[in-house]
Write a protein that binds this ligand. Structure first.
Ligand SMILES: NC(=O)C1=CN([C@@H]2O[C@H](COP(=O)(O)OP(=O)(O)OC[C@H]3O[C@@H](n4cnc5c(N)ncnc54)[C@H](O)[C@@H]3O)[C@@H](O)[C@H]2O)C=CC1
Ligand SMILES: O=C(O)C(=O)Cc1ccc(O)cc1
Length: 308
């Protein structure tokens, strides 16, 4: 593999930055990888496992970097950007990996120094784990990585970032930020909220004991509990920063739910059967499009991730 950047700075040292550090190092994609996280404990852990060159300030991490990656919760992007802006090298590229795009653009763009390129991005790859020990090099393999470039984005800076992402094993696609936020509200954000809710319902149901929930949890509910174990800060920020699209989708969801609820009450088997026939076709479409290769595992297989 050939080196794409001289120095990559990772701000936030969790699952995504950690996975990037592994993938960049394994592929020889950068001369140096530096990193910074706000918490001393996270920096200590990252140092201990040799994730990258860990710096004690964000300014030190980004100094001279030709790529800076913002890998913090969406709600922390503005604060981080204000902190690093005076220290960015002229001509550097900044990208982010946030699950929401328009709010990150609104947070980052106003602080952007002249001559620094900003290319927002979002890897559609993750797990319910967080922190520096959660990262693994193959996380992005065969997964989509969406880029939401702004109209004046420098084509060369974009092509270079694209090279890094594809060298980490991901496939890139481009779309505008509002569309991204709507698509992700349907495919990720609302489903996460539904999973959180279902696990909450089980938790509140006094007539079913906690032991029964654990002992008899079927595959569907187990998937909900996995998702509901995701990082609370990250997901709080996703919902607060993709408010409109998520509320729109949840409104549609509750309407559909009432339709199915009524069909059950009325004993309308035909309606239920027709509905489930349509939804089955969606699942089959995903499989046929080859979009479900590594997804069901999400790093759960022992040995799929490096220890720690
Ligand atoms: N977890 C997932 O499955 C995915 C997450 N994302 C996005 O990637 C971003 C990072 O997520 P993860 O790596 O999962 O999170 P994480 O919780 O594993 O790591 C976040 C890191 O940011 C640091 N941090 C928090 N606030 C900070 C601040 N103000 N200054 C400096 N460092 C700060 C934390 O110490 C931690 O090291 C989020 O924006 C999330 O929406 C994108 C795709 C998948
Ligand atoms: O673990 C899962 O099921 C995920 O859905 C991972 C994930 C979480 C957040 C994202 O923005 C992208 C991917």
């Amino acid at each position: 593999m050939t080196q794409v950047y001289d120095k990559v700075a990772l701000i936030g040292l969790g699952l995504i930055a950690g996975s990037m550090a592994h993938a960049i190092r394994d592929g020889g994609l950068a001369g140096r990888v530096t990193g910074y996280a706000r918490s001393q404990a996270t920096r200590d852990t990252a140092r201990e496992i040799g994730l990258c060159e860990v710096c004690d300030t964000a300014a030190l991490a980004v100094a001279g970097a030709d790529l800076v990656v913002l890998a913090v919760p969406v709600g922390a992007m503005a604060e981080v950007m204000a902190e690093i802006a005076p220290h960015l090298a002229p001509g550097a590229t900044i990208t982010d990996v946030g699950s929401v795009k328009q709010s990150v653009i609104d947070a980052v763009a106003p602080c952007l120094p002249a001559g620094v390129h900003f290319i927002p991005g979002h890897p559609l790859a993750g797990t319910e784990h967080s922190g520096p020990r959660a990262g693994f090099a193959s996380l992005f393999r065969n997964r989509w990585w969406l880029l939401t470039p702004l109209p004046d984005t420098d084509p060369e800076a974009l092509a270079r970032l694209d090279r890094l992402i594809t060298a980490m094993g991901a496939k890139t696609d481009r779309m505008d930020a509002p569309h991204h936020d709507l698509v992700l509200a349907v495919t990720s954000h609302a489903p996460h909220l539904i999973a959180y809710t279902m696990v909450g319902v089980a938790d509140h149901l006094r007539r079913v004991s906690g032991e029964e929930v654990i002992q008899y949890s079927a595959a569907g509910f187990r998937d909900f509990t996995r998702i509901a174990a995701s990082d609370p800060t990250m997901w709080r920020d996703v919902f607060l920063h993709n408010k409109e699209a998520t509320l729109d989708i949840l409104g549609r969801f509750t309407e559909e739910l009432f339709v199915l609820q009524r069909a059950i009450r009325m004993g309308d088997g035909q309606q239920l059967h027709d509905y489930f026939t349509r939804t089955r076709a969606i699942r089959r479409g995903i499989i046929e499009a080859g979009q479900d290769t590594e997804a069901p595992d999400f790093g759960r297989t022992p040995g799929a991730r490096p220890a720690g």
